[in-house]
Design a protein around this ligand. Structure first.
Ligand code: C2E
Ligand code: CA
Ligand code: CA
Ligand code: CA
Length: 275
C-alpha cells in the first residue's frame, strides 16, 4: 500500500497496471469487503458549545484493505456509488451504527451519513424503521446527515422523505451547509432539524472577515428558523471561542476529538474529549 499522508491516498498508481485493471480490482475488492469484514466505523465526538459536554458521535466509515491499508471514504464512496454498491455498504453502516449506539449512554445521539443513492432509495424509510426496531435505538437518538447533492434532483421527493423521517422522530441534518447552490432555499422548504456548517467556513474564522460574516449570518438565520447548528472541522481555540460567541450550538473537529474506534458498550459515554 502506498500511503502519503492521511487523506491523500491515491488508489490509482501509475506503472504496469492500466487504470482499467485497477478499477476492476477496486470494484471486486469492494464487493468482497463486506463479506470479509473489512469495514469499520470510527466515531468523532460532537460537543455542546456552552456546556462542553459530549452530545453524541458522527459515524465515519473506514475500509481496511488487506494490502492497501486504510482507504479513505472520500476515495471509495464515490466509486461505490457509481458501481451500485452503496446501498449495501450504506445499509451495513446504518445497521452497525444503530446497534453500537443502542449500547451507549442514553442521552447520546449517533449521526450517520447518507449517500445520494441511499437517500433516493425507495426502501429507505421502512428499512430504517426496521433497524430502529431490531437495534432498540430510540428514533430521536439517530440523526441522518444528508448533503445538498442528494436532494437536488428531486426536491419534492426529498421533502416527502424528510417529512417521513421526521414523523418517525429521526433527526435530520443538512451536511456541508453552504457549499452547494441551493442551501438557502433548501433551508426554507425542507424540514431540517440541524445544519452542519462546512469546515471551509470554520477554517478561516479569525483570519478573514468574510468567514465571520458568513458564520454570523448562518447562525442568526438558523436561530430565527429554529434550526440547530453544528460547526465542522473546529481545530483551534480561537475558532471555538468565536463559534461560541456567535451562538453555534455544537462543535466537532480535531480540537474536540478525532474520529476513532470506540471501546464497546457504555464506556463510550466516558470517552470525554473535554477539559
Ligand atoms: P463529512 O461528512 O463532511 O465528514 C467530516 C470529515 O472531516 C471526516 O473525514 C472527518 O474525519 C474530517 N474531519 C473532522 N474534523 C476535522 C478537523 O478538525 N479537521 C480536518 N481537516 N478534518 C476533519 P472522513 O472520515 O475522511 O470522511 C470524508 C467524507 O466521506 C465525509 O465527509 C462523508 O461525506 C463521507 N463519509 C464518511 N463516512 C461515510 C458513510 O458512512 N456514508 C457515507 N455516505 N459517506 C461517508
Ligand atoms: Ca457528515
Ligand atoms: Ca460534513
Ligand atoms: Ca465537510
Amino acid at each position: 500500500a502506498k500511503k502519503e499522508k492521511p487523506g491523500s491516498f491515491r488508489w490509482y498508481e501509475s506503472g504496469m497496471e492500466s487504470e482499467l485493471v485497477q478499477r476492476r480490482e477496486l470494484e471486486s475488492d469492494l464487493r468482497q469487503a463486506l463479506l470479509r469484514n473489512e469495514f469499520a466505523l470510527h466515531y468523532q465526538p460532537v460537543v455542546d458549545t456552552t456546556s462542553n459536554r459530549l452530545t453524541g458521535y458522527e459515524a465515519l466509515l473506514r475500509w481496511n484493505h488487506p494490502t492497501r491499508g486504510s482507504v479513505s471514504p472520500a476515495d471509495f464512496i464515490p466509486f461505490a456509488e457509481q458501481h451500485g454498491l452503496m446501498i449495501e455498504i450504506g445499509d451495513w453502516v446504518l445497521r452497525t451504527a444503530c446497534e453500537e449506539a443502542s449500547r451507549w449512554a442514553d442521552e447520546l445521539t449517533v449521526s450517520v451519513n447518507l449517500s445520494p443513492t441511499q437517500f433516493c432509495w425507495p426502501n429507505l424509510v421502512p428499512r430504517i424503521t426496521g433497524l430502529l426496531e431490531s437495534s432498540g435505538l430510540p428514533a430521536n437518538r439517530l440523526e441522518l446527515e444528508i448533503t445538498e447533492t442528494a436532494m437536488m434532483n428531486d426536491v419534492a421527493n426529498a421533502k416527502s422523505v424528510l417529512e417521513d423521517l421526521r414523523a418517525l422522530g429521526i433527526l435530520v441534518a443538512m451536511d456541508d451547509f453552504g457549499t452547494g447552490y441551493s442551501s438557502l432555499s433548501f433551508l426554507r422548504t425542507l424540514p431540517f432539524t440541524r445544519i452542519k456548517i462546512d469546515r471551509s467556513f470554520v477554517q478561516d474564522l479569525g483570519r478573514t472577515k468574510e468567514s465571520l460574516a458568513i458564520v454570523r449570518a448562518v447562525t442568526g438565520l438558523c436561530s430565527s428558523l429554529g434550526v440547530a447548528t453544528t460547526a465542522e472541522g473546529v481545530e483551534t481555540e480561537e475558532q471555538r471561542r468565536i463559534l461560541k460567541r456567535e451562538g453555534c450550538q455544537q462543535l466537532q473537529g480535531y480540537l474536540l476529538g478525532r474520529p476513532a474506534l470506540l471501546p464497546p458498550a457504555k464506556d463510550a459515554a466516558r470517552v470525554m474529549p473535554m477539559e
